[in-house]
Design a protein around this ligand. Structure first.
Ligand code: MRU
Length: 344
């Protein structure tokens, strides 16, 4: 099972976030005392990964609301906090989902109870997320059982970015089937795309799987198609920041080319996520806002003064997804129908 520190820590009603920018070299937590602290840490990816951002945001609203609990302008200030918080990262729908649930808990409470109800809701979101990861892992185990391992007995799996324990809680999403299969004694070999430009695959996924004793090989993103051509990989499992109603998937930039390569070689492409990542308000991937980040992240030490194209996410068409591994089981095509049933 995962051996890494938890991304979001809520202890004695205090919020702290593992600064993932420092990993794997240093494990340090930042105390979150204001909404500005939270927004800054979300924007600079100290906390990242759609579900972890949602959990952090849920607690951050509570931390901020504590400063004006019981005051006459509570609702107005909570609305302002809410709008500022959900603008911090636009693609991960879990951010809006979790913040909305915490705000609604306040709206539905007696004024004197609002803060307590918000905290209760944030803690529920956190606890539910842990349980969801385990169920995603169990859904993943059932699809892995259908695959034929390589001649060496190992199942080769490729993943992109980090949809692991650091992006969620405990088992992660894409990594949950890996942790459970490994615990059951299934021989695995995971290939982790390094994930340019911020190297979440190299710094986080490869590190967390290695810590758990799961054999892992790191590769440059542009080596993925050659790896698939070699026959060493039986399936891809990735996470997602938002799934549209038709099954189009937003995930870390580079996911779409991986899915295209999988389709070319007939390799199953699985997307693992909790129900909170399905967004019925986005009809297709074209409706999902894609975050663009600074030129500095790409050009960094090179320092050339040219324009930079740096979208943080891309859209993988639903037609390239074999199945969704969710906390409510395995969802197969046609996704417009299976996702509709899930929402109902
Ligand atoms: O920019 P990041 O590091 O927040 O991007 C994270 C991803 O793309 C993950 O794959 C996604 O959020 C799913 S995490 C379970």
């Amino acid at each position: 099972m995962s051996m890494v520190s938890e991304a979001v820590r809520w202890q004695d009603q205090k919020l702290s976030l593992l600064d993932q920018r420092l990993l794997p070299h240093k494990q340090a937590y930042s105390a979150i005392e204001t909404l500005d602290d939270a927004i800054e840490n979300i924007k600079r990816l100290s906390v990242r990964g759609a579900p972890a951002i949602g959990i952090a945001a849920a607690y951050a609203l509570c931390v901020s609301a504590r400063q004006y609990a019981g005051e006459a302008d509570f609702d107005r200030r909570l609305d302002i906090d809410f709008e500022r918080l959900i603008a911090a990262r636009p693609t991960a729908v879990n951010l809006r989902w979790a913040a909305t649930k915490v705000r609604e808990a306040a709206i539905n409470a007696n004024p004197g109870d609002a803060l307590a109800k918000m905290i209760e809701e944030a803690e529920t979101i956190h606890a539910d997320d842990r349980a969801a990861c385990r169920r995603i892992g169990e859904a993943g185990l059932s699809v892995l059982a259908e695959l034929t391992p390589r001649a060496d007995g190992a199942l080769g799996l490729i993943t992109h970015c980090n949809a692991g324990a650091l992006a969620v809680s405990e088992l992660g999403t894409a990594t949950a089937p890996m942790y459970l299969a490994h615990a059951e004694g299934q021989k695995l070999h995971v290939y982790a795309d390094e994930t340019r430009p911020l190297l979440q695959g190299a710094r986080l996924t490869a590190w967390e799987l290695d810590q758990a004793g799961i054999p892992v090989t790191l590769l440059c993103d542009n080596a993925a198609a050659s790896l698939l051509a070699s026959g060493e990989v039986q399936a891809a499992i990735v996470g997602t920041d938002r799934v549209a109603a038709n099954g189009d998937v937003a995930n870390k930039i580079g996911t779409f080319p991986l899915a295209m390569a999988c389709q070319h070689f007939g390799i199953p492409f699985f997307v693992a996520c909790p129900s909170s990542t399905f967004d019925g308000h986005s009809a297709t991937g074209a409706d999902i806002p894609i975050e663009h980040r600074s030129a500095e992240e790409v050009i960094g030490s090179v320092g050339a003064s040219v324009d930079v194209y740096n979208p943080a996410f891309d859209i993988t068409p639903a037609t390239m997804v074999t199945a969704f591994l969710t906390d409510r089981g395995v969802l197969r095509p046609p996704f417009a129908d299976s996702l509709n049933l899930l929402r109902e």
